[in-house]
Design a protein around this ligand. Structure first.
Ligand SMILES: [Cu+2]
Length: 227
């Protein structure tokens, strides 16, 4: 009887130890979150950017549009965006902005951005030099020029709301207003390094739209690290 009690207590103690060890293992996993969310062990790395409008900039300029990094369910700074090298990346850009502007502030002047492409309306540097326009971010909107899932290699003029441009990577992704754009990216180890990203659609303040957000790290410009 006594031996049975001891055995029972020993068994309970072992169960408690096993549960604690399990919990410790789980907590280890939680305290080491993946730096970048992955959709699976061998699937592409998912990186999501969100463009919102009416973000308070300061009392002089007022509201400005803003690029955010959506990570682990919250909006983070885009001052530095990291792209892993040698991995397939699915970059999703969700744009809530319904405004449009001519890239580089030149009305009707369909010129390049110095990144090698003929035009900022062209998709460049993605896999296949295309993006997929998934849908319209405006609820009940009928203004979208693109039906869901349209694969686009070049956008018509006027339709651009922002761009995500990394001249050093020859990457240019035009973002039409109120849209979700999906791009497949892949960078080799020879492309590892630090680059500048910039929205090249003058969406900021000032006479030509190149001030405010356009000239502020983490708003419409910042760094891209390929590593
Ligand atoms: Cu912009």
């Amino acid at each position: 009887m006594i031996n049975m009690e001891i055995g029972k207590k020993l068994f309970i103690a072992l169960v408690v130890i096993a549960v604690m060890a399990g919990a410790y293992g789980i907590s280890l996993n939680i305290t080491h979150p993946a730096h970048i969310q992955s959709s699976g062990p061998s699937g592409p790395v998912a990186i999501t950017l969100v463009i919102t409008t009416d973000n308070y900039y300061n009392s002089t300029i007022g509201q400005q549009p803003h690029y955010y990094l959506l990570q682990n369910g919250s909006l983070k700074s885009t001052t530095t965006i990291t792209f892993p090298a040698n991995q397939n990346i699915t970059l999703t850009i969700i744009c809530y902005d319904n405004g449009t502007a001519y890239p580089l502030g030149q009305a009707g002047n369909n010129i390049g951005d110095g990144a090698g492409q003929a035009s900022l309306y062209d998709v460049n540097g993605t896999v296949g030099n295309v993006v997929k326009v998934i849908n319209n971010t405006n609820v009940n909107s009928t203004s979208s020029k693109f039906s869901s899932g349209t694969v686009v290699s070049s956008f018509p003029q006027y339709s651009v709301s922002h761009t995500f441009t990394v001249a050093g990577l020859n990457l240019n992704i035009p973002i039409p207003p109120v849209s979700t754009v999906v791009a497949d990216l892949h960078f080799s180890s020879s492309q590892e390094g630090t680059y500048s990203w910039q929205c090249n659609d003058p969406c900021g303040s000032g006479a030509n739209g190149w001030e405010g957000a356009m000239a502020t790290q983490g708003w419409m410009m910042g760094s891209v690290v390929v590593s």
